[in-house]
Write a protein that binds this ligand. Structure first.
Ligand SMILES: [Zn+2]
Length: 260
C-alpha cells in the first residue's frame, strides 16, 4: 500500500489518542472495581441495621419495664387494700391472719418485681449507651460514604470529560487521513493495542524488537510513500527520521506542527 508519508505520520497521532482512550477506559474499569464505595455502603448498611436492632431491643425493654411497673402498681394497690381492711377493725381474727400472710407474700412479690425492674433499667441503660455509640458511628460512616461518592463522581467527571475530548480529537484526526489508511489501521488495532508505531533507529516502537541490519536495507530503500509493516508485530511502521537518500519527505517538521 502507498500513502503520503505525512498521512502515515498522522497515524501516530491517531495511535496516541487511541492509547489515551484505552487508558481512560482502563481507569474507568478500575474505578468501577474499586471496593472503597461498596465497602462504605456496606458499613453504613450494617450500622443502620445494628441501630434498628438496638432500637427494637430498647422498645422491647421499655414494654417489659412498663409491664413490671404495672404489676408493682397492682401489688401496691392490693397491699394498700389489705392494710385498709386490717385497719378498719371489721376483719375477723382468721381474716386478719390471712391478710397478714398475703401482705408478706405481696411484699416478697414487690421485692422481686423491683429487682427485675432494676435489672431491666440497667440493661436499658447499657443498650441506650450502645445505641448512642452506633448512631455516632452511623454519622461517621455517612461522612465517609459521602466523601467516597464525591470522589468517585469527581473522577468519573474527569474521565468522561477527557474521553469526550479525546474522542472528538480522534474524529477530527481520522477525517484528515485517507480512508484506506485508517481502515488498515483499524484492522490492525482490532487485534492489538498498538497498530502504528515509530521506527526508531532499527527498533519497532510497538514490539521493541531491533531489526537486524540486513532487514533495514529494504526498509531504508523503500519508497517514502510505501506503507511498511513490522514483520514481528504487524503494526504499521512509521519512518519519522529523514531518509538518507530517496525523495524528500512530503511535510517538513514545521509543516507538521501546523497541523497539530
Ligand atoms: Zn513490531
Amino acid at each position: 500500500m502507498k500513502a503520503d508519508l505525512f498521512d502515515q505520520r498522522r497515524l501516530l497521532e491517531l495511535q496516541a489518542v487511541d492509547t489515551q482512550l484505552s487508558q481512560l477506559a482502563q481507569r474507568r474499569r478500575k474505578l468501577d472495581a474499586d471496593p472503597v464505595l461498596a465497602t462504605a455502603q456496606q458499613r453504613l448498611r450494617a450500622l443502620n441495621d445494628k441501630a434498628a436492632n438496638l432500637t427494637g431491643d430498647l422498645a422491647d425493654l421499655d414494654r417489659d419495664i412498663e409491664r413490671v411497673e404495672r404489676e408493682v402498681e397492682l401489688v401496691t394497690k392490693r397491699a394498700d387494700g389489705d392494710r385498709a381492711r386490717m385497719a378498719s377493725g371489721a376483719a375477723t381474727a382468721k381474716e386478719l391472719e390471712g391478710l397478714q400472710s398475703e401482705l408478706e407474700s405481696l411484699a416478697r412479690r414487690q421485692g422481686t418485681l423491683e429487682d427485675d425492674e432494676l435489672e431491666l433499667m440497667e440493661r436499658r441503660e447499657g443498650l441506650d449507651a450502645e445505641l448512642n455509640d452506633v448512631r455516632r458511628q452511623v454519622e461517621e460512616a455517612r461522612v465517609v460514604l459521602g466523601d467516597a461518592e464525591a470522589d468517585r463522581g469527581r473522577q468519573i467527571g474527569e474521565i468522561d470529560a477527557e474521553t469526550a475530548e479525546a474522542s472528538s480529537t480522534r474524529e477530527a484526526l481520522a477525517i484528515n487521513i485517507p480512508d484506506r489508511l485508517v481502515e488498515l489501521y483499524e484492522r490492525i488495532h482490532a487485534k492489538q493495542p498498538i497498530a502504528a508505531a515509530e521506527l526508531v533507529g532499527r527498533r519497532c516502537g510497538s514490539c521493541r524488537i531491533e531489526k537486524p541490519p540486513a532487514d533495514m536495507i529494504p526498509i531504508r530503500s523503500a519508497p517514502i510513500d510505501e506503507v511498511l509493516r513490522c514483520e514481528e508485530c504487524g503494526c504499521v511502521l512509521i519512518r519519522t527520521e529523514l531518509p538518507k537518500s530517496g525523495p524528500a519527505p512530503l511535510a517538513s517538521q514545521d509543516e507538521l506542527k501546523k497541523y497539530q
